[in-house]
Design a protein around this ligand. Structure first.
Ligand code: T46
Length: 135
């Protein structure tokens, strides 16, 4: 599953008045966008995430500032820094994620393929590992 995580480059319209990036479902992200949410005002040293999803696919974007995303598919781990508002990180289902090292003023915008459903979460790492490894 980690191999399916990837950085997506969105269109960037550069202008002397400032830059503009747009995102269209099923074109720039590989799913229909059913939900948008964002993380902001994250205190220094705090982290978010610490779970995986059974079905949900998401794209994370650092629309302001920067943060690190630690990805874990139950077999290997990788850390990716997001700090460019024209890039998104695609995360498919069954990938444990932790979001940490938020810069001051960072905003993490998330595009999600499904409505919010607590039943879709693995919030316990041992349970996630069992499911990911099929043990
Ligand atoms: C993820 C990272 C990046 C809702 O009611 N609706 C929502 O759409 C979401 C995302 C959360 N909630 C509720 C559920 C909890 O009572 O908000 C509370 C905090 O959620 P959570 O602890 O899951 O927040 P994060 O920042 O740890 O994780 C969230 C997403 O849940 C997760 O899918 O990938 O952001």
């Amino acid at each position: 599953m980690l191999a399916q995580c990837r950085i997506i480059e969105f269109p960037k319209i550069q202008d002397r008045r400032g830059n503009l990036t747009f995102i269209e479902e099923n074109r720039h992200v590989p799913f229909e966008i059913k939900r948008v949410y964002y993380l902001y005002d994250v205190p220094g040293g705090e982290s978010r995430g610490g779970h995986a999803h059974k079905q949900l696919q998401q794209v994370l974007i650092a629309v302001s500032g920067s943060f690190d995303v630690v990805l874990d598919d139950g077999f290997s781990r990788e850390k990716i820094t997001l700090n460019r508002p024209w890039q998104g990180l695609y995360i498919p289902q069954m990938v444990w994620r932790e979001i940490e090292n938020f810069s001051s003023g960072a905003v993490c915008l998330v595009l999600a393929s499904e409505f919010y459903d607590e039943e879709d979460y693995y919030r316990n790492y041992a349970n996630f590992l069992r499911a990911a490894r099929g043990t």
